[in-house]
Design a binder for this molecule. Structure first.
Ligand SMILES: Nc1ncnc2c1ncn2[C@@H]1O[C@H](COP(=O)(O)OP(=O)(O)OP(=O)(O)O)[C@@H](O)[C@H]1O
Ligand SMILES: [Mg+2]
Length: 382
């Protein structure tokens, strides 16, 4: 059997993609801005804001790596120091990471912040560089009484060498900065990344799928399905996680291509969303429509047209020896299921037809749940 995940490491959140789709304008602007400043030997400080998975970390790392590759800019070449200040970070842990960047390994205890920074300064003298310090997940640190942001943003004045500081956080940290640091992080020193749109997520997914997966192992409709699921938060991280999960699910099932059902399985394992109690609250009408949908999707596809679904539903009612329902009732039921978050409904331009999706759990599993509930067990399953 041919594998699907040929280069799984390229789906890892820590993998830095060679090209950032839909962030090239931002990247270009920043590269130019840094080039101008650094060529005059002047640091540039920056804050990057944006929601989860909006590409903040990737943008900063890409910028750092691109600047490093340019070699000498002005008086010195750039070296990027990436520090994740998540959770238990303090000025001292940040200082330890800085020391590591200049090849000094101090024990965690016994040194004051200013002693550590003295040692850092000696290290900087041995390796003269312009240091681009990326302080990722800086929110908690800045909300504490931090001195290090001030020290790094005034590095030249306090004798720490040449340092540009990038602060990354979901929300604007300006209000939490001490007055002395604020002057370094004014409005022109801040970039806010918008959540990715569904189309942008599709593009990001296809570039990453090309890197990670065997050609022919996925259909564009699967990427579209994932983008649709991730679009409400514009979160590329979640989208890539789903892609990896779906690829795994297909491989585990011994298949050579990723199916829509694999995407649902991946979503269900990340966020189990549909509970049996949600099904309990549904009318028989709602259950039969959902079952028709689950059966159709179980066979094939990420979505089904409302027209097709209505036909399948009619067939199912016949099988259950129930009366058919009017178009209006069918439509109202779809709306109810949509409102309950059980299905997705995308109405086309004419307003009469729609694409119906169900991404919450594997369709085969949902079908079984409903069949049990309706008392039509596997015996009558088609
Ligand atoms: N424009 C892009 N092109 C290609 N891949 C991208 C792009 N933006 C983000 N990614 C990928 O999406 C994932 C999440 O991006 P990233 O880690 O930069 O988000 P973030 O904004 O830092 O999120 P968080 O707030 O959760 O840290 C990473 O794997 C990253 O490589
Ligand atoms: Mg990040």
């Amino acid at each position: 059997m041919s594998r699907i995940l040929l280069h799984e490491e390229t789906l890892d959140p820590n993998f830095l993609p060679p090209k950032l789709v839909h962030r090239s304008a931002e990247l270009q602007r920043l590269t130019r801005r840094y080039g101008e400043s650094l060529s005059h030997g002047v640091p540039f400080h920056l804050q990057i804001n944006g929601g989860i998975g909006s590409g903040k970390t990737a943008l900063a790392r890409r910028l750092g790596s691109d600047l490093e590759r340019q070699g000498r800019i002005g008086p010195a070449p750039v070296k990027t120091v990436y520090i994740n200040a998540w959770r238990r970070a303090s000025d001292r842990t940040v200082a330890l990471d800085l020391l590591r960047a200049v090849d000094v390994h101090l024990p965690d205890r016994g040194y004051s912040l200013s002693e550590m920074l003295d040692v850092f300064e000696q290290g900087v003298r041995r390796h003269p560089r312009h240091y681009l310090v990326v302080l990722d997940e800086a929110g908690a640190l800045v909300r504490q009484e931090t001195k290090i942001v001030y020290l790094l943003s005034r590095a030249a004045e306090v004798g720490l060498g040449s340092i540009s500081l990038i602060l990354i956080a979901p929300d604007d940290l300006f209000p939490y900065l001490d007055p002395a640091s604020r002057s370094s992080f004014g409005p022109t020193h801040r970039i806010a990344l918008a959540p990715y749109t569904r189309d942008q997520l599709t593009d990001i997914l296809s570039v990453r799928a090309e890197l990670a997966l065997r050609p022919g192992s996925y259909d564009p409709s699967v990427l579209g399905q994932i983008a649709r699921i991730a679009a409400p938060n514009g979160d590329a991280r979640f989208a890539l996680e789903l892609l990896g999960g779906a690829a795994h699910s297909a491989e585990e099932a011994g298949r050579e291509t990723i199916a829509s059902e694999d995407v649902r399985a991946a979503k269900g394992s990340i966020y189990p969303t549909v509970s049996e109690s949600q099904l309990e609250g549904l009318s028989t009408q709602g259950l039969t429509v959902l079952l028709a949908l689950a059966r159709s999707l179980r066979r094939k596809g990420a979505t089904i047209s409302s027209q097709k679904l209505r036909e399948t539903h009619a067939g199912l009612l016949e099988e259950f020896q129930e009366k058919t329902v009017s178009r209006t009732t069918f439509w109202r039921t779809l709306k109810e299921l949509d409102r309950a978050g059980l299905i997705g409904l995308e109405v086309g331009p004419s307003g009469t037809a729609a694409e119906v999706s169900m991404d919450e759990m594997p369709a085969s599993y949902l079908a079984t749940l409903i069949e049990e509930r309706l008392g039509h067990g596997p015996a009558t399953r088609r």
